[in-house]
Write a new protein. Structure first.
Length: 255
C-alpha cells in the first residue's frame, strides 16, 4: 500500500456540476413535450439538489403533466439526459492535475447508484485522473459512515491504518454526508459552500471554499502539504491498477 497523503472528493456538485445537468435535462423534457418552459423552477424545487429520491421526482412529473409513458421509460430518459449534459469543467481538471503533481493520491467518494455514477466518472474523463473511487450502492454503505472513507483509501492504494487520517482531506458540498463523514472518520475537510451559509452546529469543516479550484488550492497550501512527487508530470499517467474494475465504488439519491 502507498504511503502518500490522500485527497478525497465528492462527485456530484463537487467535481461535476450535477445540478446544471439536471436543469438541462428538465429543459429538454419540457421542450420535447411542449410543456411550459416556466415550469423549470418547479422541477428544480422538486429535485432538492439531488437528494429527493428519483422515483419521487419522476412520479410527480408524470402526475403533473399526465405523461403517457412508463416509469422505466422516464427513468431511462432521465439517466441519459443527466449523463449527456454532465461534464467536468476544465478548471476542475487543472486542479486535479495540480494536486497530483504536488504529490497527492486522489480518490472519489460518492453516494448514489453504481451504474449512473460510474457512467459519470467515465464519460467526463475523471477515471484516468484519480487513483480510485467508491460508490455507496456497490459498497453497501453511505457517507457519513466512516467505513466508506476507509474503503476509498484502500481502493486508492492507501492503507487506512496508523495515522492515515492525519494525512487525508475530504472536499465536498453536502455537509451531512461529506463534512460530517470526514469528521467521523477523523479527516480534515473543505466545504464547498456555493454561496450558502454554514448552518450545522454539531460539526464544522476545517476550511470553506467557493469552488473546487479554491478548495484544492487551500489543501495544497496547508502546512503539511507533501513535497512534489518525484517523476510525476501534471496530467501524466496514473496508477491504473488501483483505479480499475471493482476496486471502485458510488449515491445522490436522485443521481
Amino acid at each position: 500500500m502507498l504511503d502518500m497523503p490522500l485527497l478525497l472528493f465528492d462527485l456530484d456538485n463537487t467535481l461535476l456540476p450535477r445540478d446544471a445537468a439536471y436543469r438541462a435535462w428538465a429543459q429538454d423534457l419540457l421542450s420535447e413535450h411542449d410543456l411550459p418552459p416556466g415550469d423549470l423552477d418547479w422541477f428544480v424545487t422538486l429535485d432538492g439538489g439531488g437528494y429527493v429520491p428519483r422515483s419521487t421526482v419522476l412520479s410527480a412529473v408524470r402526475r403533473r403533466y399526465g405523461l403517457d409513458v412508463s416509469t422505466d421509460f422516464l427513468s431511462a430518459h432521465y439517466r441519459r439526459g443527466i449523463n449527456s449534459h454532465i461534464h467536468c469543467p476544465p478548471r476542475h481538471i487543472e486542479a486535479l492535475r495540480a494536486a497530483r503533481a504536488a504529490g497527492w493520491t486522489l480518490g472519489i467518494v460518492s453516494n448514489g447508484g453504481t451504474r449512473p455514477q460510474l457512467e459519470k466518472i467515465r464519460r467526463t474523463g475523471l477515471s484516468p485522473l484519480v487513483d480510485g473511487w467508491v460508490i455507496s450502492e456497490e459498497a453497501d454503505c453511505l457517507k457519513p459512515d466512516p467505513l466508506i472513507f476507509e474503503m476509498a483509501a484502500q481502493r486508492c492504494g492507501v492503507a487506512p491504518t496508523g495515522d492515515w487520517a492525519d494525512h487525508t482531506w475530504m472536499i465536498g458540498d453536502h455537509a451531512p454526508a461529506d463534512i460530517a463523514g470526514a469528521e467521523l472518520a477523523g479527516l480534515r475537510s473543505v466545504w464547498l459552500h456555493h454561496g450558502r451559509p454554514w448552518t450545522e452546529s454539531g460539526y464544522r469543516p476545517t476550511l470553506k471554499a467557493a469552488g473546487l479550484p479554491e478548495a484544492v488550492g487551500q489543501v495544497l497550501a496547508a502546512r503539511n502539504a507533501p513535497s512534489p512527487r518525484v517523476g510525476v508530470r501534471s496530467g501524466g499517467p496514473l496508477r491504473k491498477a488501483a483505479a480499475g474494475g471493482p476496486a471502485h465504488a458510488t449515491a445522490l439519491v436522485g443521481a
